[in-house]
Design a protein around this ligand. Sequence first.
Ligand SMILES: Cc1cc2nc3c(=O)[nH]c(=O)nc-3n(C[C@H](O)[C@H](O)[C@H](O)COP(=O)(O)OP(=O)(O)OC[C@H]3O[C@@H](n4cnc5c(N)ncnc54)[C@H](O)[C@@H]3O)c2cc1C
Length: 547
Amino acid sequence: MAAYDVIIIGAGHNGLVCAAYLLKAGLKVLLLEKRSVPGGAATTEEVIPDLAPGFKFNLCAIDHEFIFLGPVIEELELAKYGLKYLYCDPSVFCPHPDGKYFLAYRSLARTCQEIARYSSRDAEKYAEFIDYWQTLMGAVSPMFNAPPQAILEIASNFNSSSLKDVFKTVGSVKKALDFIRTMISSPEELLDEWFDTEIVKAPLARLAAEIGAPPSQKGTTSGLMMLAMRHGHGIARPQGGTGALTDALVKLVKSKGGVILCDRTVKEVIIDDNNRAVGVKVAGGEEYRASKGIISNIDVQRLFLELVDPAAVNAADPELGERVKRRIVNNNETILKIDCALSELPKFEAGGGDREHLIGTVLIADSVKQVEKAHTLANLGEIPDEDPSMYLDFPTVLDPSMAPAGKHTLWIEFFAPYQIAGAEGTGLNGTGWTDELKNQVADRVIDKLAQYAPNVKDAIVARRVESPAELGVRLGAYKGNYYHLDMTLDQMIFLRPLPEIANYKTPIDGLYLSGAGTHPGGSISGMPGRNCAKVFLRSQKSFLGLF
Ligand SMILES: Cc1cc2nc3c(=O)[nH]c(=O)nc-3n(C[C@H](O)[C@H](O)[C@H](O)COP(=O)(O)OP(=O)(O)OC[C@H]3O[C@@H](n4cnc5c(N)ncnc54)[C@H](O)[C@@H]3O)c2cc1C
């Protein structure tokens, strides 16, 4: 049997990033991945080969922002392994049924000019609002790139510019109290305080709700920084799709001697008599051993409640099992994903069908109320498809290489419940989701889209619809939560996933946590992978000082 220092459960992008840092430090690393391809929620796949050959789809993540708040791309020299980013400018187009539209460019001034067509006050306030969130981001992002409880290391990440941002954000009693109030308010309350028009409020609410909560939910305002990021470093996509990030990481991992084994579903973490994690068992019974540790890239609930013997969890911390089970919050909202192959681009009536508007994200968000319903109903187990709000992209406008010449793809994210109320015990895994239902919902979503771009229905040559239950199965994520657990304030930073296991270590010797369920959370950032690698290497005395 091959000898490894470390086994990583799951080859999501965070697992791969973590592996890359460990390999660079000289460790022997094995990644075991459940699917037949690595990448987790960061893949690009030709998933409709019969009806739409040559069309490539980002099955999950598409728009990258958070990764630019950290050093992963540069430190791992991912450009050398083929990664190239293409920037979206404009970054957001939100057409309304009455022909009005919100259009955000990377340039703040140009965006304000667009808003001023509807409200000069909102245009002015928008500039102030974005400045506030950019400053706040500058103040907090040094925290993202360090283990959340490593106070000295966090302090060392601050430079003169980020310290200036800290001062601007909390540099007086009034500012500090305003900051606290901002963080514990709801996005809706803040938007009402700042703006008058739905033209500005609705897309901001929709982007804030990407955190996975309705805009009325207190403690979720950090989602409002989404547009600030798009005006700052910008929003970009890897050429060739999000899978190109995974491909670059895979090349790097393999070039350093790392081993990635796909079609290996880890069923058990092997714990020895000293209560130390020493290996894993996969479906089929095969065992793999690691001398220095096991790192989980999967959600902590499945790890502790399904893969580790309860007696071992209990022996390490008698309260942990119960806290993992009951304290971690995972609401009922996830995504119904629709990917379409198109014969031509949809022509949106708002904005006169300008192709440039489709470079970035297109939001169907007519009002804050519509966005509110989209998320609240999903949480209640109802499908919000009476008046669907959605997030879409036409990746081929920016990157024609993702479809045959002259053809296009459409990426639609529609929030939907994981468990349908009243349908318990039916459908896939008892969630109520069936093929018939998911296609009915997709039809309603496309009907709504056709109200803005009437040619869209005729342009669709093939489509793939993935229900929330299917997404959960594909990702192996608990309740289909692609953030592994909710991103509310009570589960962030040194509280993620729980205070006692927030520093990537667990009370079981040799068992570590990474991935979206650890600080600083979900999305494409690579930060949980990098931070976990740091903690791991520091725990191995011979590697002290390498990071
Ligand atoms: C539809 C959708 C759209 C999204 N859009 C965006 C976006 O535009 N921008 C953005 O930044 N983020 C987006 N996200 C979120 C983002 O993709 C994820 O938060 C992020 O990719 C999580 O990465 P990870 O490596 O931490 O975990 P994952 O990607 O979940 O990786 C976990 C890995 O573990 C594997 N695994 C699970 N169980 C086992 C097991 N028992 N044994 C072995 N392997 C196992 C899984 O197959 C997977 O490969 C989106 C997510 C979805 C679902």
